[in-house]
Design a binder for this molecule. Sequence first.
Ligand SMILES: [Fe+2]
Ligand SMILES: [Fe+2]
Length: 164
Amino acid sequence: MPDKVLDDLFHDTLKDIYYAERQILKALPKMARGAQSGQLREAFEKHRDQTETHVERLQQVFEIIGKTPRGKTCDAIEGIVAEGEEIMEEFGGTPALDAGLISAAQAVEHYEITRYGTLKRWANELGMADGAKLLDQTLQEESKTDSDLTKLADASANRRAKAA
Ligand SMILES: [Fe+2]
Ligand SMILES: [Fe+2]
């Protein structure tokens, strides 16, 4: 077996997040439909649109490394998305639903943040400034989404969830 190097890790992780982003693209409309508050629904819809751009940026990074865009099953995102679906089933129609949906969505964002943070550093290490820039653009959007969700939780969802 030939030695594997950072390029191989980079390609492998790129396939992981490419798979994950496409799962997220499918999950966000369901979360938007589930949301009780209009503000949360809009936040999910806005991030769905951003996620389309995330997929396109990843395709550009595949192009930079001369590879065909291809995903690799990511068990982590499947688990995180499945937990979100569980919250929708178990808390549907209750005052706690939005707080639960926010927590599920933040788990998704944090997964993305760790992947993009790593990929950006590796892209720099591998001398791919253009790739690093694309990855950083998405990283900034994931972080912003995470803090917007915190604001929605603090502003109303958590308090509503407490109401008897
Ligand atoms: Fe994303
Ligand atoms: Fe995201």
